[in-house]
Design a binder for this molecule. Structure first.
Ligand code: ATP
Ligand code: MG
Length: 639
């Protein structure tokens, strides 16, 4: 049997061996979907059934695409195109532009904000950054769902969009944004997809050439495909059937941007001849983590009940911890991370995951203070970072004169010239630059161990750059739950799990709340072994302890009490009883009489006034009717 198949279980092998026709893999987190499609492609190529160049594998992030190519090379199947939808479309568009459209190809904008600022200026609107982001999110949603500016108001109402910016204003700005974008010959990510599909539809010879090249399609994370991406996929396929999609409907976390799991769940209806394969064995996480993941989903309203069956040996129980305030939580997490590192867990195998990027700062500070290396962002576009480009130019120049110094020392010397210091700087941009340079230095050290010289090192960098395969960056990952999708670590810290943060304060409809629950499920299922969940009762030290743990944790913390091994000093950390909270101040209620009354001894019996005051603030902020459960008090929430 082909050794590519020997590392698969029977269902995964079925995925790998069903090379023709539509295939759909519906399975929970950690069941080996990504592994199955990787081995499927390797098997198809190595057995000679499929030419590597005729495969187009679409993944969700540049990092995932780089990892897929790296895996395929290791499995003996180099040369497969593994890209994001945007990257694949942009490549095709750039290639065909001179022939079918003519003139210079447009420039790509990664952020809509600068153009939106201009559109706002034209209507004399002066938005703050968060308003701008809200408008950009609405424009993105409208574009991926193919709603034009003229239809936006009606569509936004129909789809219950809850932007704080009035729909009429969004529509005007959307119209202005598109006009300015066109005038300046710019394309955003959605336009790249739109144009590629349009060029293929209008120019049959282009469609013919693309379809001639790509004959086998594989799409990972199919639950988060949006209508525009689906349109492009259908255009690529042109009625052909050799497509394999994999996904987990319970991990749909981008529906606010227009993604929808219905393409995944409806695949068998769209393709009645499809092979639908289910995977239920969880190879990633310990039974303790898997139990918790199953519970998170079971307590929701998901129609997709996947019961994951753990394959790994027992591990430590997930821990739940509450802290008095955010700095105490961050310090507690940093201490627990230090302990893990001292026990031998590499820092790159640890992640701190949060709901919003604004939560990262406390962790940056706490980890810096504890002298624990951390990585602020993933390795997205590593080779396009200015400091990396500059370093590669210098290294290439030095390689031409290739001077006899040992590789690691020479690379350190050159990188010191562009800002690599022995110790990392405090945080922010300087820290990010340092991380990139340090990753290059570490790669040089790894290669030096194999006897490589500077020329070989530069050749390796160029190969990696052409494949967008970033070197591993040493350090604890700090990332949002959204950015963590598809990834895994030995130890995961899910932090800031308060009501208002997850579910996020502006999640109103049952659908939006369910998406928040899925985010928690994604977070829980990133952990291989150690999982810690925590929250802080107030924002700043000495602040009012008005927060309560996420409602998604209700009934879960009692089942998995904090393990004594991971417990921090009692002063800052407490084992949590099942979270019954005061309906006024949200403090945990510890005595039976308090729990019976539903409020703590210091809070007034008549809490309506305080509650109404908070709701008023919330209503003013959103200009929406708040439909909030009565116990949520939002005085202290940072968004
Ligand atoms: P997600 O839904 O989070 O994207 P996934 O279903 O894609 O998860 P993978 O990332 O492919 O899961 O696999 C999870 C982990 O389990 C990986 O470390 C992978 O190598 C391992 N794994 C998967 N299948 C097997 C197997 N048959 N034998 C051993 N390990 C496996
Ligand atoms: Mg995966």
């Amino acid at each position: 049997m082909d050794d590519v198949l020997s590392g698969l279980d029977p269902e995964q092998r079925e995925v790998a061996e069903t090379l023709r026709g539509p295939v759909c893999v519906l399975a929970g987190a950690g069941t080996g979907k990504t592994r199955a499609i990787t081995h499927r492609i390797a098997h198809a190529v190595r057995s000679g059934v499929v030419d590597a160049r005729s495969v187009l594998a679409v993944t969700f992030t540049t990092r995932a695409a780089g990892e897929l190519r790296q895996r395929l090379r290791a499995l003996g199947a180099p040369g497969v195109q593994a890209r994001t939808f945007h990257a694949a479309a942009l490549r095709q568009l750039t290639y065909f532009w001179p022939r079918v459209i003519g003139g210079e190809a447009p420039s790509v904008i990664e952020s809509k904000l600068p153009v939106l600022v201009e559109a706002c200026r034209q209507i004399r609107k002066n938005p703050d950054r968060s308003e701008l982001r809200d408008i950009a999110a609405e424009v993105e949603w409208a574009k991926v769902t193919q709603v034009g500016p003229e239809d936006y108001v009606a569509a936004a109402a129909k789809h219950h969009r809850t932007s704080p910016v009035p729909a009429e204003e969004v529509a005007r700005l959307y119209e202005g944004y598109e006009r300015i974008r066109r005038e300046r010959h710019l394309v955003d990510f959605e336009t790249i997809l739109e144009l590629t599909a349009a060029v293929m539809t209008e120019h049959q010879e282009v469609a013919g050439q693309i379809r001639q090249q790509y004959r086998y399609f594989v799409v990972d994370e199919y639950q988060d495909v949006n209508p525009l991406q689906k349109l492009l996929l259908d255009t690529w396929l042109g009625g052909r059937k050799d497509v394999c999609v994999v996904g987990d409907p319970n991990q749909t976390i981008y529906s606010f941007t227009g993604a929808t799991p219905r393409y995944l769940t409806g695949f068998a209806v769209e393709h009645p001849d499809a092979a639908v394969i289910k995977l239920v064995r969880d190879y990633r996480s310990t039974p303790q983590v898997v139990d918790l993941a199953n519970l998170v989903i079971a307590k929701g309203r998901s129609p997709h009940r996947v019961e994951l069956i753990a394959q790994r040996p027992e591990g430590p129980r997930p821990t739940f911890a509450d802290y008095d305030d955010e700095p105490a939580e961050a310090a507690g997490v940093a201490r627990a991370i230090r302990k893990l590192i001292d026990q031998g867990v590499p820092s790159r195998e640890i992640a701190v995951l949060f709901r919003t990027n604004s939560q990262s700062e406390a962790y940056e500070q706490a980890l810096s203070k504890a002298e624990i290396p951390y990585v602020l962002r993933g390795a997205e576009r590593f080779f396009e970072r200015p400091e990396v480009r500059q370093a590669v130019v210098l290294l290439r120049g030095a390689a031409r004169s290739a001077a006899g110094e040992p590789l690691a020392a020479e690379v350190h010397h050159i990188l010191a010239g562009v800002g690599l210091t022995p110790a990392p700087p405090g945080g922010g941009k300087a820290r990010e630059k340092w991380e990139s340079l340090k990753a290059l230095a570490d790669l040089a050290e790894d290669l030096a161990a194999t006897g490589a010289d500077l020329q070989a090192f530069v050749a390796e960098l160029e190969r990696r750059a052409s494949e967008q395969h970033a070197p591993p960056i040493e350090g604890v990952t700090l990332a949002s739950l959204h950015a963590a999708k598809g990834l895994e670590w030995d130890a995961v810290f899910l932090v800031g799990l308060t009501d208002g943060m997850i579910p996020i304060i502006y999640a109103e409809t049952p659908e939006q709340i369910e998406e928040e629950r899925r985010l928690l499920y994604v977070g829980v299922t990133r952990a291989r072994e150690h999982l810690s969940l925590s929250w802080a009762l107030s924002r700043a030290p000495g602040g009012r302890k008005s927060r309560r743990p996420s409602r998604f944790l209700d009934g879960l913390t009692g089942r998995a009490p904090a393990s004594p091994r991971a417990a921090a000093p009692a002063r800052e950390r407490r084992t949590v009883a099942p979270p019954v909270s005061c309906r006024v101040c949200a403090r945990s209620l510890t005595t039976a009489p308090e729990q019976k009354l539903g409020r703590c001894a210091t809070c007034p019996a008549d809490y309506d006034e305080a509650l109404l005051e908070n709701l008023k603030v919330w209503r003013a902020a959103t200009a929406k009717e708040a439909k909030l459960p009565p116990y949520v008090v939002f005085t202290d929430v940072t968004l």
